[in-house]
Design a protein around this ligand. Structure first.
Ligand code: COA
Length: 322
């Protein structure tokens, strides 16, 4: 992957903390058995090759984002008027124009700027890092959302892609704080020369070279994660929990092995969500929070990869109450 700058030290004087979170999933449950009744595949093959058992589809990108964001605002105990900026990660906007974030801003009653950020499945981490950057520029509270309706760009006749994707959203409130920043290190990368291995034309559906994406994903995730860990002044042993992009359990296993971090320290929700692109890391993170797997002071590694190809990672010291 084309690397960004090697060392990106976080300015801890303009810190921020995660104070709220929420999620949403598409209404309709689609199991592997449902897919097997429509195309030449099987529950066994999908589970063995991907780790996915079922996914939820339906809704709009704005609708799922609003649902997740309402919970995040409630957990943070802040009103819509108190949000200074909305960053919405999505690769499946509801309209070409305007940005989906404009609809979310309106539906939530926010009184602030709003923008979409498309870095495919790395979008949530790109947005989180952008949000922390805007806290450093003086914003007090930022709403960061990853929301996707991939079912709308999935070719439901293509068994090599239809089995993978689902719809969902995850939202986080980040707030300026005088304490050390929760963001200890980060890394963002992109290599646009790899466009052809995973893409969808405007109005089209996802086309993918599965094996090539798989190979590149493992390398990109590992390199990005190691750079972030180094930028945070940490080692892999210091990571309490890894929240990886939820694309394929075998990709997660390979990356964890290369990072020399035991698989038990990773979070996986893909068996019940499929790949929800920029919603996948927040869905997994909230799952871990709700399961009581995260303690105050834990160093979390968030790491994703996606079309572009992009990759992104962030080391977050958890300070939010669970
Ligand atoms: N059910 C049954 N058989 C299937 C199938 C399905 N849903 N999809 C593909 N196959 C078949 C292929 O046709 C092929 O058959 P052949 O050997 O007779 O030609 C065989 O299974 C193996 O295909 P292959 O593509 O090598 O499988 P794989 O082990 O690489 O798994 C993916 C395919 C897509 C699951 C896997 O490559 C993958 O997850 N890649 C990464 C995708 C990804 O993460 N994308 C999003 C990035 S954000």
């Amino acid at each position: 992957m084309a690397q960004g700058h090697e060392i990106m030290t976080v300015n801890s004087y303009n810190g921020g903390q995660i104070t709220g979170w929420g999620i949403a999933l598409g209404n309709d449950l689609v199991t592997n058995h449902d897919l097997a009744s429509r195309m030449d595949t099987s529950d066994e093959w999908i589970k063995e090759r991907t780790g996915i058992s079922e996914r939820r589809i339906g809704g709009t990108t704005a609708g799922l984002a609003v649902q997740a964001a309402k919970d995040a605002l409630e957990v943070a105990g802040c009103s819509p008027e108190e949000i200074d900026l909305l960053v919405l990660a999505t690769t499946t906007p509801d309209d070409q124009i305007p940005a989906t974030s404009a609809m979310v801003q309106h539906l939530l009653g926010l009184k602030c700027g709003a923008m979409d950020l498309n870095a495919a499945c790395s979008g949530f981490v790109y947005s989180l890092v952008t949000g922390f950057g805007m806290l450093a520029l003086g914003n007090r509270r930022i709403l960061v959302i990853g929301s996707e309706t991939l079912s709308r760009v999935t070719d439901w006749e293509d068994r090599s892609t239809a089995i993978l994707f689902g719809d969902g959203a995850g939202a986080f409130v980040i707030e300026a704080s005088s304490d050390q920043s929760a963001l200890l290190g980060w890394e963002l990368s992109c290599d646009g020369s790899l466009r052809d291995i995973l893409h969808a034309e405007i109005g089209g559906t996802i086309v993918m070279s599965g094996q090539e994406v798989f190979r590149k994903a493992v390398i990109a995730m590992t390199e990005s994660a190691l750079t972030s860990i180094k930028n945070a002044g940490l080692t892999p042993e210091d990571i309490a929990l890894v929240i990886p992009h939820q694309a394929n359990i075998r990709i997660i296993e390979s990356a964890m092995k290369r990072l020399h971090i035991p698989m038990e320290k990773s979070v996986s929700v893909l068996h019940k969500t499929g790949n929800t692109s920029s919603a996948s890391i927040p869905l997994a993170l909230v799952d871990a929070v709700e399961d009581g797997r995260i303690q105050e002071g834990d160093n979390l590694l968030l790491v994703g990869f996606g079309a572009g190809m992009t990759s992104a990672s962030a080391i977050v010291k958890w300070g939010g109450s669970t």
